[in-house]
Design a protein around this ligand. Structure first.
Ligand code: NDP
Ligand SMILES: CC(C)=CCC[C@@H](C)[C@H]1CC=C2C3=C(CC[C@@]21C)[C@@]1(C)CC[C@H](O)C(C)(C)[C@@H]1CC3
Length: 418
């Protein structure tokens, strides 16, 4: 068994108790949303319309479909990539290599789907199977996390994540012990973060749109917007796949239940909530309002992409002409921090852009219900918490230089507000 790390990171998420509560609360919330979205009243805060029995949740076909989907995405991951990127330096000074072929996987999935649909594949029927599919995905996430936990017990100490090896099995199962679990060159965390869940999300959105066509003859403008905005978001993530290698999830967090469930179940089944809501609660949307919403999404995307690209370009090559003129602070690690451009406006401009887009995804659903705004509320909480975790890590990495950055750029996410 791998020894525990010398210096243990402080526990997050409320320790073992918080982790245990989240392991129950997150799947419960996901099923609540799935049930409420199709109910007449669609009340986010009310009780679910009914409690489904096992027969409504369990379907071997749904399990088979989920496993086939994972198999297909794994096969696409293994196809030759246009580029192989190197990750950040690890504790043993090595760097892992990652295939950059996520966008190719999206395009090939779309082609296969197009072929399937022209051969009569009833994609809309997927929208009737969301409950058993979500149950199967949750089951897979639990079993997968257990296997990851067992695997982590036999890896050397340097392969463990800084945060997920507290010695408490519940906490470590939740957060993930091993930083980069792999079999040969197949990296489970990197694969799950960007492929099955994100592509699954747009697939579910499309299925809901096809079902709307079945029911009402054509897709509504609101459904078009939600599908279009979220496809742009997923396409962007896969196009800029290499950038995920510098996120907290890849560099810092282990691969445990939180990310496995988040990637495989939470993202596809809760991030598609607006499209689910629209299928059962059609909303009128005029062109002027639709144009305003498109503008809000465009502003959000502009900030999100501008900020993420600026940081990634700077981290790759600080002398790149696109970032060379920006003002910086030097740190004791030899790395620099940007203090002008997007990163001089607030300390997390990319979160601000992401939140503005989240608002644009909910607005097509009107203002009669709180339910479609769940994503915006959850995402605000997630990013505020994530920002605090990142600040803590940056303070540890950069010490005084980070204090100086906070003095120069006092707002975290929203200028003059937070
Ligand atoms: N849709 C969703 O569910 C989610 C989306 N996201 C999105 O993912 C994206 C990535 O987010 P995340 O991984 O949390 O964090 P960031 O991309 O914001 O990365 C934070 C890191 O950037 C570096 N950094 C911070 N400030 C500066 C600066 N001034 N100059 C240069 N480098 C700096 C630090 O790392 P270092 O110095 O080591 O490089 C810091 O740890 C965001 O756009 C976020 O909105 C995130 C979570 C969920
Ligand atoms: C509530 C719960 C189960 C928490 C787990 C959190 C995960 C759902 C998110 C943690 C970080 C994520 C990122 C994305 C999706 C959601 C999760 C997995 C992301 C892939 C979305 C697309 C973006 O462009 C991104 C690549 C920057 C982003 C990375 C972080």
């Amino acid at each position: 068994m791998a020894p525990l790390q010398g210096s243990r990171a402080p526990m997050e998420f409320g320790g073992p108790l918080g982790a245990a509560a989240l392991m129950l609360l997150l799947p419960a919330t996901m099923f609540h949303l799935l049930l409420v979205a199709r109910s007449g009243s669609a009340r986010l805060l009310g009780p679910p319309p009914y409690l489904p029995g096992l027969e409504a949740l369990w379907s071997p076909w749904a399990l088979l479909l989920c496993l086939t989907w994972l198999g297909l995405q794994a096969a696409l991951y293994l196809l030759p990539a246009r580029k192989v990127a190197e990750g950040q330096e690890l504790k043993d000074k090595s760097r892992l290599r990652y295939p950059i072929n996520g966008f190719q996987a999206l395009v090939l999935t779309a082609l296969l789907l197009g072929l399937g649909m022209s051969a009569g594949l009833p994609l809309g029927a997927l929208s009737e199977m969301l409950l058993p599919l979500a149950f199967a995905a949750t089951l897979i996430a639990f079993i997968f996390s257990l296997l990851l936990y067992l695997k982590s017990l036999v890896v050397p100490a340097f392969a463990l994540a800084p945060g997920g090896n507290s010695g408490n099995p519940i906490y470590d199962f939740f957060l993930g012990r091993e930083l980069n679990p792999r079999i040969c060159s197949f990296d489970f965390k990197y694969f799950c973060e960007l492929r099955p869940g994100l592509i699954g999300w747009v697939l579910i959105n499309l299925a809901l749109m096809m079902q709307e066509v079945e029911l009402r003859g054509s897709p509504s403008l609101a459904m078009w917007l939600v599908n279009g905005f979220q496809l742009l978001y997923v396409g962007d993530a896969l196009w800029h796949e290499e950038a995920v290698l510098t996120t907290m999830d890849i560099i810092h967090d282990g691969f445990g239940f939180m990310l496995a469930f988040g990637d495989l179940a939470w993202v596809p089944f809760t991030y598609s909530l607006q499209a689910q809501f629209l299928l059962y609660h059609p909303q009128p949307l005029g062109l002027p309002m639709a144009s305003v919403i498109c503008l809000i999404n465009a502003v959000g995307y502009y900030i999100f992409r501008g900020a993420n690209s600026q940081k990634n370009t700077f981290r790759k090559n600080p002398s790149d002409p696109r970032v060379a003129d920006l003002e910086t602070i030097s740190t004791a690690t030899g790395r620099q921090l940007l203090v002008s451009g997007w990163w001089g406006m607030v300390r997390h401009p990319n979160y601000l852009g992401d939140l503005i887009m989240a608002l644009a995804w909910s607005l097509p659903c009107g203002v009669s219900h709180l339910l479609p705004y769940f994503y915006l509320l959850y995402f605000t909480a997630l990013l505020v918490h994530r920002e605090a975790r990142d600040e803590q890590q940056c303070l540890q990495k950069y010490g005084l230089a980070w204090h100086e950055y906070c003095r120069r750029v006092p707002y975290r996410i929203m200028p003059y507000i937070y």
